[in-house]
Design a protein around this ligand. Structure first.
Ligand code: TXA
Ligand code: MG
Length: 343
């Protein structure tokens, strides 16, 4: 593996070198504005298959194709309607993935045999240049071993992936920290399959929005699943975790204190570090943007403490909070307490 440090300057020659690796069927880890991706030529079935092997990912979990300009779209998708174009025009480049009817040129390994394909144009100069010089859509899931939190910086993922790829491009910490919003338009309604930085409220400015039931609920029946990724265990630390939330901050803190008392060694992830002195607390950030930026790094660090329990404070379900709660529910395997307001 060759590590390229492009944190402070985007060296075009180096990006071209990595693009050549993509062209010849190798894997490259690269930054996007959401999380790092582990990429391959999206039109080369063998190369894409190596992504699944590197991650230990199930074959029915489809990948997103990343494009650098709208002209690439016709190579991979068809039957695009007005609402879909509107969404792409509004949110690209950006943390937004749209599921479209796939073209014959897209190998079935990319889409887990579905007849649709997820497409995204990332808002990151390294990613856009890499795609442009590769002259092909790049298939890229988040850079992490399947089940682990997505990589938001190179230090977090280098050990688990360094032997599996030709290049790692270090572009520093990713800006957003949570993966893109995934949507699919069905009967002229925008279905959110995975929430992200582009929120329900943002999408409502364009059309009618439906939040898929699996965004906040466990999958109980495989047949209902619109986005296969939601079936799998995700983001989970090895330590037992519990998620606590109440609209009333005092009720929430009281519940967290009650749980803390039941264990010898607990760690609390909280926004309220100044309001109450927990035995062992780690600040998760104050704003939803800060929390989204920090959360995957924190979930990775958490196992180092050898705690008996990790108590994680929930956030409100609106705006970016919906995406954060979606990831936290899955990280805690739906071990969740919602405390009704007591006053
Ligand atoms: O921000 C992101 O989206 C990052 C960066 C690297 O772009 N990528 C990412 O990829 O998070 P991944 O593979 O970890 O997650 C892709 C999600 C999965 O939940 C998958 O089920 C869904 O997108 N998806 C992809 N293609 C789909 C399709 N054709 N139909 C339904 N869901 C699809
Ligand atoms: Mg992922």
């Amino acid at each position: 593996m060759n590590l390229m440090d492009l944190k402070n300057n985007i060296d075009i020659e180096k990006i071209k070198e990595a693009a050549n690796a993509i062209k010849s069927g190798e894997l490259v880890i690269f930054p996007t504005e959401t999380v790092y991706g582990i990429g391959a030529n999206g039109l080369d079935g063998n190369a894409v298959n190596n992504i699944f092997i590197a991650k230990g990912r199930k074959n029915d979990n489809p990948l997103i194709l990343h494009i650098s300009n709208i002209d690439m779209l016709d190579r991979i998708a068809k039957n695009i309607n007005e609402l879909e174009y509107k969404l792409m025009n509004r949110f690209w480049p950006g943390p937004f993935t749209i599921v479209l009817d796939k073209n014959e040129s897209v190998p079935s390994v990319v889409t887990g045999n579905l007849n649709t394909v997820g497409v995204r144009m990332p808002a990151n100069d390294i990613a856009l240049k890499l795609i442009e010089y590769s002259n092909t859509p790049i298939a890229a899931p988040s850079a992490n071993i399947s089940g682990k939190p997505s990589g938001t910086n190179v230090a977090d993922i280098i050990e688990e992936l360094k032997d599996k790829v030709a290049y790692i491009i270090d572009g520093g910490d990713t800006k957003i920290g949570l993966e893109s919003t995934v949507v699919r338009v069905i009967d002229n309604k925008i279905h959110i399959l995975r929430p992200g930085f582009i929120t329900k409220e943002d999408l409502e400015k364009i059309g009618e929005v439906v939040v898929d039931t699996h965004v906040l609920n466990k999958v109980t029946d495989d047949k209902e699943v619109l986005s296969p990724g939601v079936k799998y265990k995700h983001y989970a630390p090895n330590t037992k975790c519990i998620l606590i939330y109440s609209k009333d901050n005092n009720s929430m803190i009281n519940k967290m204190i009650e749980i803390e008392k039941q264990y010898d060694k607990s760690i609390v992830l909280t926004r309220n570090i100044n309001l109450y002195k927990f035995k062992n607390a780690i600040p998760m950030g104050n704003t939803l943007e800060e929390i989204s930026h920090n959360i995957f790094r924190l979930l990775r660090e958490i196992d180092n403490y050898n705690a008996d329990i990790i108590i994680i404070e929930g956030v409100e379900n609106s705006g970016l909070g919906l995406a954060i709660m979606n990831r936290l529910l899955r990280a805690t395997s739906y071990n969740y307490i919602y405390v009704e307001e007591t006053c």
